[in-house]
Design a protein around this ligand. Structure first.
Ligand code: S6P
Ligand code: ZN
Length: 186
């Protein structure tokens, strides 16, 4: 049998994994995701980077693992904090682990029926994403929110239903506080 080789990598202080595949998501890649369309069009003139992902991925085989860091920048569209697109796994029963490294934020999770949970995250927080839950991270602070995700190599991403309807809750700033409010579009 030909064995794959083990390796170690060090995540640098900016969340970068050397040699990993880099993905950049700008605001223009997220049309339709934020509630306040006017604020979206306004900020689009600057088209800021919302997040970057550094992924070390294996072939999509049962039993293997991928890992990736995400650097989610601070910012808001209207009163809604910057977030990742959010997805179910294509193989919906695949679970995932997140480990927060820097900054402040949280995870919105949602079942296919629309039940929502919010898990606050700060450096050191480990979040268990159970099978079947969609997940989106949100930066509620004023510095980059950086975390590591570890997920089955065959999990895949299913962005479809979140892209259409979003999550049932929005994470917003109101009177200087982080609040979860009902998504009027849900
Ligand atoms: C993959 C894992 C993360 C996200 C990343 C970006 O299963 O959950 O690496 O891919 O945080 O989020 P999204 O929703 O744009 O893929
Ligand atoms: Zn995932």
């Amino acid at each position: 049998m030909e064995y794959k080789r083990p390796f170690g990598v060090r995540i640098d202080e900016n969340g970068v994994i050397p040699g990993a595949k880099k993905l950049v998501r700008r605001l223009s890649d997220m049309r339709g995701y934020f509630y306040d369309e006017k604020a979206y069009e306004e900020l689009l003139k600057e088209d800021p980077v919302v997040y970057e992902v550094y992924a070390v991925e294996q072939e999509e085989k049962d039993g293997d693992l991928n890992f990736a860091t995400t650097i989610l920048y601070p910012g808001k569209v209207g009163k809604e904090f910057f977030f990742t697109k959010g997805h179910f796994h294509a193989k919906a029963d695949r679970a995932e682990i997140y480990y927060a490294l820097k900054g402040k934020g949280g995870m919105l999770l949602q079942t296919p029926e629309g039940e929502v949970e919010w898990v606050p995250m700060e450096p050191g927080t480990v979040v268990y994403v159970p099978p079947y839950w969609a997940h989106r991270t949100v930066n509620t602070g004023d510095e980059p929110f950086i975390f590591l995700a570890i997920y089955p190599a065959d999990a895949g991403h299913d962005y479809g239903s979140i892209k259409e309807k979003g999550f049932a809750k929005l994470v917003v700033e109101e009177n200087g506080e982080v609040k979860l409010i009902d998504n009027p579009r849900w």
